[in-house]
Design a protein around this ligand. Structure first.
Ligand SMILES: Cc1cc2nc3c(=O)[nH]c(=O)nc-3n(C[C@H](O)[C@H](O)[C@H](O)COP(=O)(O)OP(=O)(O)OC[C@H]3O[C@@H](n4cnc5c(N)ncnc54)[C@H](O)[C@@H]3O)c2cc1C
Length: 456
């Protein structure tokens, strides 16, 4: 059993599989392959900056779908002073995921194992009842089943930016943010959570740093209310669903909740995958072009401490949020010259660093590995090209729309199918749903895993 991608999705898939195997008393050999060696951490939890906090409180961040108190108990055992409403540093959460994975691996019954392998999977081919994965180092792995947990893609290349040593094309690649802390001005394209992280790190590292952030709307993520609002129970309508009707329902719920939108957004969240699947394609497109940005800033909120820091940076002129777009950028020796259209006025600026913080690229065909699966007809993008097309529980669909019984996916790759699919509560639920199906597949098809790869 191979899991491609060792971030939170791959890790939680492995953990739920191992727990399932333990419960059934069956042997299972899992290889968790990660390109960057960030097993348990992935993009979100590999940060070394202790000021990068989770954007959800600890009570909501257990890695186990059936054990909501697990993270809090882990924190207690570690001697951490943590309460349910607290926001943990993301690097500590990464440590938690690693511990969870290692703890499960130690309890594998009947000679089963969990191995962590650092390598890039470059292709996957179905050969009879077996899958053959090729790695960038020339090794191959034959497996009964595979889980594609490749996570978020790097941001799409920005047209009209001339690449140079002072252009950071992917802020989440390992070590990308270490250089931008030299005190020179930083410009971020995008005003979402990536920008918040970046502004936090760059301005703390150097008291002279000024951060410019530009996006079409200039909208920043909203802060969490403290104490948090209880989630409002929502009852979406049955029958034919239209976006306009959904919007009316949400506005009415906010009015009935004395204007407190946070409880309504949180109450809507578990319904999103079901509603998304029921919406027509045109309505889903309409949502993406005109509403998604507003949903995102209200749904993915930042902790009060982070919000206070961002407000302070804005008040002192060290964070300047611009509404508009980047027209072009050229690379100089010691700076990037950027041309902007901000609030309808053309402007030119020299900055020390330019960072693409526009968020993950959607189209999976741009990823060499996933694109290869699509070319081979083993997978297909979803109709909106936000990820992979798949059954509700993660079995991917091939070019003809048939669900594959041995290749599954979870997490951000399911964006087109479920929309809300990137945060831990959604990922752990998907991992818990996936595990019994996969174990059933393995039980009926026998278990064989041969690897020519060196296993760490
Ligand atoms: C900055 C940030 C903060 C977040 N904060 C929170 C939060 O507070 N609470 C919350 O619930 N959610 C949060 N999230 C969302 C969520 O937890 C992450 O999106 C989640 O960690 C996704 O994990 P993943 O494993 O799917 O993807 P990733 O973390 O991207 O991991 C995928 C891994 O797969 C590897 N990979 C890809 N292709 C291959 C290949 N071909 N071969 C081998 N390896 C490959 C990559 O190298 C990568 O390590 C945050 C996300 C980000 C980006």
């Amino acid at each position: 059993m191979v899991i491609v991608g060792g971030g939170a999705s791959g890790t939680l898939a492995a953990v739920h599989l191992v727990r399932g195997a333990q419960a059934r008393g069956t042997a299972l050999r899992v290889v968790l392959v990660d390109r960057d060696g960030r097993h348990g951490l992935g993009q979100a939890y590999a940060t070394a900056d202790p000021h990068h906090l989770l954007n959800a409180c600890a009570a909501k961040m257990s890695g186990l779908a059936d054990d909501p108190g697990h993270l809090l108990r882990w924190a207690y055992e570690q001697g951490l002073n943590l309460d349910g409403p607290d926001f943990l540093p993301r690097r500590t959460y990464g440590r938690y995921l690693r511990d969870l994975l290692d703890g499960c691996a130690r309890k594998m019954p009947y000679g089963g194992s969990v191995s962590k392998l650092t390598a890039t999977v470059i292709s996957l081919a179905a050969e009879g009842r077996s899958l053959r994965l090729r790695l960038s180092n020339g090794d191959t792995i034959d497996a009964d089943a595979a889980v594609l947990a490749t996570g978020n893609r790097p941001p799409a290349p920005w047209p009209s930016i001339e690449a140079g040593p002072r252009y950071v094309a992917d802020p989440w690649s390992p070590g990308a943010l270490t250089e931008i802390c030299d005190g020179s001005p930083v410009m971020v394209v995008g005003t979402g959570l990536t920008m918040v992280d970046l502004a936090t790190t760059a301005t703390r590292a150097n008291k002279d740093t000024v951060v410019y952030a530009i996006s079409r709307h200039g909208l920043l993520p909203r802060p969490h209310r403290c104490p948090p609002s209880p989630a409002v129970e929502m009852f979406p309508p049955g029958g034919e669903l239209r976006l306009a009707g959904l919007l009316r329902m949400v506005h009415t719920a906010i009015r009935n909740n004395d204007g407190d939108w946070q409880g309504v957004v949180d109450g809507m969240r578990p319904h999103v995958p079901g509603l998304w699947a029921r919406l027509g394609l045109d309505d889903r497109r309409r949502f993406l072009t005109s509403m998604a940005r507003y949903w995102e800033v209200h749904r993915h909120r930042i902790p009060p401490a982070t919000a206070a820091r961002i407000a302070h940076l804005q008040a002192t002129g060290r964070l300047r949020v611009l509404r508009g777009s980047l027209v072009s950028a050229t690379a100089g020796r010691d700076e990037m010259r950027v041309r902007l259209d901000a609030d309808g006025v053309g402007r030119e600026l020299g900055v020390g660093w330019l960072v693409n913080g526009t968020g993950p690229a959607a189209d999976v065909t741009g990823d060499p590995f996933l694109g290869g699966l699509v070319d081979a007809g083993l997978a297909r993008p979803d109709p909106l090209r936000l990820g992979l097309d798949a059954e509700e529980y993660g079995a991917i669909l091939d070019a003809a729309g048939r669900s594959h019984d041995r290749i599954f996916t979870l997490g951000p790759t399911l964006r087109g199918v479920r929309y809300e699919t990137t945060a831990i509560p959604e990922i752990r639920t998907q991992a818990a749903a996936l595990a019994p199906r996969l174990l059933e597949t393995l039980a009926t098809g026998g278990l064989a895993l041969e690897s020519s790869a060196a296993v760490m």
